[in-house]
Every structure is written in C-alpha cells, then in structure tokens.
Ligand binder design. Structure first.
Ligand code: SAJ
Length: 419
C-alpha cells in the first residue's frame, strides 16, 4: 500500500513518520520547498519529543520521502490530507488550503484510492469534498473511491504517544470506507477505533475542543470572581475538584494554539442558529490578555509608575508550556495590548527565536515581568536573584507558574485575588 500525506505540518509530519515506520511507503507532499529539503536531510521543522530520531529512521529506511512535486504523488492507494483550516479575519473558516489539497489529490488519485481528511473541518465539509472529487474526476464516492474523515486528536508535546494510544473516530462516507481506514490505522493505533459517518466525526472533533474551550472560559470567569472576593482561585479549584463529578479547568492569560481558538467557530459556521454560549466562551477567553493588562496597570499605579515610563518583560511567547509553537498565542495579544502604553516591551522564550538571548538580559532594568507561558523552567527560577537586576519589582503571573509570591515583589496573578 502506497500512501501520500498532503501537508507536512504539526499533524502531517508525525502521521507520515508513523506510517513509514510501520512499513508503508510514504510520500509526504509539502509546498514549502525549504521544509521538504530539511526533512529529506533528516531534520524536522517542528519541535516535538523524539521527532528527529523517528524522522531519521523513516528517511534512512527509505520508507519516507518528502516532495513538492505533485507528479510524485500520482496513483497512490491512500491520500491523507493534513492541511490547516484556519479562520479568516472575520472568524469564518478559510478552507482554501483544504480545497487546494483536495484538488491536488483529485488530479493525482486513481480509481480505488482512499482519501482521508485528518484536518479539522466544519460539519458537512467531508461530504462536500467528496462531491468536489466526483466533479473533478468523474469517479463516484463510495464506489470508485473511498472517503473518510479521520480527525486527529493528538496533543502537541505528546504526539507520538497519543497517535498510538488515543482512540480514534473514523467517519466513512460508506461503511466500507470506514472499514478499510480501520485496517490502515490499526497498523499502529493501540487505542480503540470507532466508526461512524463523516458529519458525526466532524462534529465529534469540534465538540471535543469546544468542550475544553467553554470549560476554560468557565474557569476564567471563576478567576475574575475570585479577584472580587479576594481569594486564590487555584486553591478553590483544587478543592472543588475533590468532588467526584467536578473537573474545573485552569484559568489563565488566554487560550492559544491552532485548535481551541478556532474550532468553536468552525463548529458554529455551518449552523443557521445557536444559543450563544459557545461564542460567549470564546469572547471571555479572547479577552483574558486584557485581564492580565489590568493587573499590570494596577501594579503600576501601586508604585506610582507612569505606564509610559515602564519597561515590561514578557516571559514566554509559546501558546503553551514547553512548546515552541506560537500560533494564536495570547502572549502576542497581550504585547499588542500594552505596547503603545508602555515605554518598552521585551520578551524571553527559550524555545522561540527572536527573543532576548538570556533571561538576565531580558529582565535587566525592567519594571515588570509578566509570565505568559508555563514553561517548566520558569517554575524553577530564583525570583529574588532576578529581582536584583530589575528597576522595579512587579511580577504578574498569567499562568499559575508561581505558587508562593516571591519576597520583595508586587505580585499579581490571574485568579490570585488573595490579600
Ligand atoms: N489552557 C488553559 N487552561 C486549561 C487548558 C488549556 O488556559 O485548563 C490553554 C493553554 O494554555 C493553551 C490552550 O488552552 O494556550 C490550548 O492548549 P491545550 O493544551 O488545551 O490544547 P492543544 O491546542 O495543544 O490541543 C488540543 C487538544 N484537545 C483537547 O484536549 C480536547 C488535543 O487533543 C487536540 O488534538 C488538539 O487540540 C487539536 O489539534 O485539535
């Protein structure tokens, strides 16, 4: 069985590697030529535990090859589409990448090929894409080719574990499509495999991320209330979570990444009407960087520091801890929200290039540190020592990195209303 994976990003590359290391001949199609070159030389363009080792294994065995040439993916048995499905400025889905990938596949595929969409898509998209392939090829979905929506569910940072152990949903346009996809994924999936229709699997995927987003919004609302009642929300959440049926999420400076900030909008995009809860949750989460800004400006006031004289150092630009991924990171929203009001904004992120080289350099003579990402190493910092380098010692924790406020600092944190 010959496989082509379309799009070698955060999902496509690990998927291509997994299939190659399970014995399939895999051609990875990627339009960014510099990425193709890098991959073929055995270096991944994304940060993920074990990825370089597994990539090198796949390249050395000859089972995986990356290409930008559509000729190289002609007549494959399986096409797995893993392209991004971002939002436009107006929050409507931008399916250009998906449509272009589907067109590339339609030109390359043969009778009997299976087309799998792993990308997260608005409900009804897979059926629409099947119709598009029918129009372009003259083949009939479910008869002349197989079509499946097989949503990815992996968490960056744990991708190679979760690809194997997570259960999977396969939405086949026909039962036979789902059955064949099951045989394919079974080669490395140890979790359960559930089969359904594609619109259900599209909904399932979007519901999972919307569930998380709405629950984080609830935690953020609790954090907002905690400020007004003068308590530490993290203590309250820990206590509430001792109830057997309560599992409150973690409040913070915002919800980033390529999934949670967009999937709720994809979920709503094909519907005529909704109740408003999902949108409200999105708004709450999108406004969280402004809550961090409020805390920072309150602290300025406490020491009579005019904001326009303040130098602020943001710790962490990645959207989540121990990752280099800055997509939709609330750190940037925060920086944008303050940069016209303060003298200087600096940043330090050990995983992201273009920030200050060292932490010491980044905090030297600055007035405030704002923690925007929960990188593990931030939890081990010696704040008292760092404080000695600063001009004023304000510390704003947007990610619950600090357990006990360090001595000598004006400390404020999201949900840390205790006094
Ligand atoms: N966050 C909070 N509070 C929380 C949990 C997360 O503020 O309690 C923030 C994080 O800091 C981050 C954002 O939310 O900025 C998203 O992080 P995440 O760890 O929740 O999720 P992702 O985007 O890395 O991965 C999610 C996962 N979905 C679910 O857990 C339901 C993953 O399994 C999906 O495969 C992935 O989206 C995806 O690709 O759809």
């Amino acid at each position: 069985v010959e496989i082509a994976v379309i799009g070698l990003g955060y999902i496509g590359l690990p998927t291509a590697i997994m299939f190659a290391n399970s014995g399939f001949n895999v051609t990875g199609y990627e339009i960014r030529e510099e990425v193709v070159k890098k991959l073929n030389s055995g270096t991944a363009h994304i940060v993920e535990p074990e990825i370089n080792k597994l990539l090198q294994e796949a390249i050395k065995s000859g089972k995986l090859r990356a290409t930008s040439n559509p000729e190289d993916i002609k007549n494959k048995d399986v096409y797995i589409i893993c392209v991004q499905t971002p939002l436009r400025e107006d929050k409507t889905p931008n399916l250009e990448y998906l449509e272009s990938a589907v067109k590339t596949v339609a030109r390359a595929m043969k009778k009997g090929s299976m087309v799998i969409i792993e990308s997260t898509v608005p409900p009804l998209t897979t059926v629409r894409m099947a119709r598009l392939i029918e129009t372009l090829t003259g083949l009939k979905a479910g008869e002349d080719f197989y079509m499946v929506h097989a949503p990815e569910r992996v968490m960056p940072g744990r991708i190679f574990k979760e690809l194997v152990y997570n259960s999977r949903i396969l939405g086949g346009i026909t039962r036979e499509s789902a059955d064949l996809a099951e045989i394919l994924y079974r080669t490395f999936v140890k979790g359960q495999i559930f089969k359904t229709d594609p619109t259900t699997s599209e909904m399932v995927k979007l519901m999972e991320n919307t569930f998380r987003d709405v629950n984080i919004a609830l935690a953020n609302e609790f954090a907002f209330l905690a400020h007004q009642y003068g308590i530490n929300i993290f203590e309250a959440i820990e206590l509430a979570n001792t109830h057997p049926r309560v599992k409150i999420h973690i409040p913070g400076i915002g919800v980033g990444g390529h999934c949670l900030p967009k999937d709720p909008y994809l979920l709503l995009s094909s519907a005529k009407e909704d109740f408003g809860l999902i949108k409200k949750a999105r708004e709450i989460n999108e406004d969280m960087p402004l809550m961090a800004k409020d805390l920072l400006f309150e602290a300025f006031k406490m020491i009579n520091l005019p904001p326009e004289e303040a130098v602020v150092t943001v710790l962490g630009l990645a959207y989540k801890g121990n990752s280099d991924d800055t997509r939709n990171s609330p750190a940037y929203v925060f920086i944008e929200a303050i940069q016209d009001d303060v003298k200087e904004v600096r940043s330090y992120d050990p995983y992201v290039s273009g920030t200050h080289e060292t932490l010491e350099e980044a905090v030297k003579d600055s007035d405030a540190i704002v923690i925007a990402t929960d990188h593990s190493q931030f939890k081990k910092l010696n704040w008292e020592e760092l404080g000695k380098l600063m001009r004023n010692k304000i510390l704003i924790d947007g990610r619950h990195v600090i357990d006990k406020p360090p001595k000598g600092f004006i400390f404020k944190g999201i949900g840390r209303g205790e006094y």
